[in-house]
Design a protein around this ligand. Sequence first.
Ligand code: FES
Length: 228
Amino acid sequence: MISRLLELTQIGPIRAGIINIPEKHWPQPGQYLPCQRSSDKPDILVTNLFPVLGDDGVLTLTPIPGDWYPGDRIQYLPPQGRGFELPSTVRRIGLLPFGVSPLRLLTVVNDTLTQNASLTLFLDSEQRDAYLDFIPSWVEIVPQSALEENFDWLDFLAVDIEREALDELFERIGQPGLAFEGQVLIRSGMPCRGLGTCGVCGVKTTKGWRLVCKDGPEFDLAEVLNVA
Ligand code: FES
């Protein structure tokens, strides 16, 4: 399928773009679109783009490569992978972008509104400085250092993290008896974008090795907690 890059925008340090893809092909929060610029050679690896919070009625994706410009024709495949699925009963949701931008996690804002839930975003000071202008004013921002103090309040935690940082995350939230559910969006290189042939994106879970590109990139927190 072919589309066009309409507009570029800078969200903090991240290059984002609006691509005019029909709404029926828009990825859900946490899913990704394998894309390639039509003018690139076929042997160039695909770029996996994720939806981020943007203007209503348009699809804003990141990270847009530095040499893509408005007007470029973009080839894309249908949305891939498993995205976030918030249980309908949760009312107190925490978002934890662990060493990464909060933009992918903020796509759950619409779901949160739909189910009248409150949303708390745990940010460190560097993330706050970079992204404050792009965070909806009704989202409560709490320092990431206060995460543990909020465990009793939360009933759901959504995490976005690089695969290599999982151990560090588990040191903070891996204690037994946590009362909340959670899902984690795991970032990994995905060179074969869901074909499941290269094994580069393997992650250890309670069900054995799984692939971020195919079985994720979103996993239940309990599936990956303390097994990395
Ligand atoms: S990207 Fe190749 S197996 Fe996942």
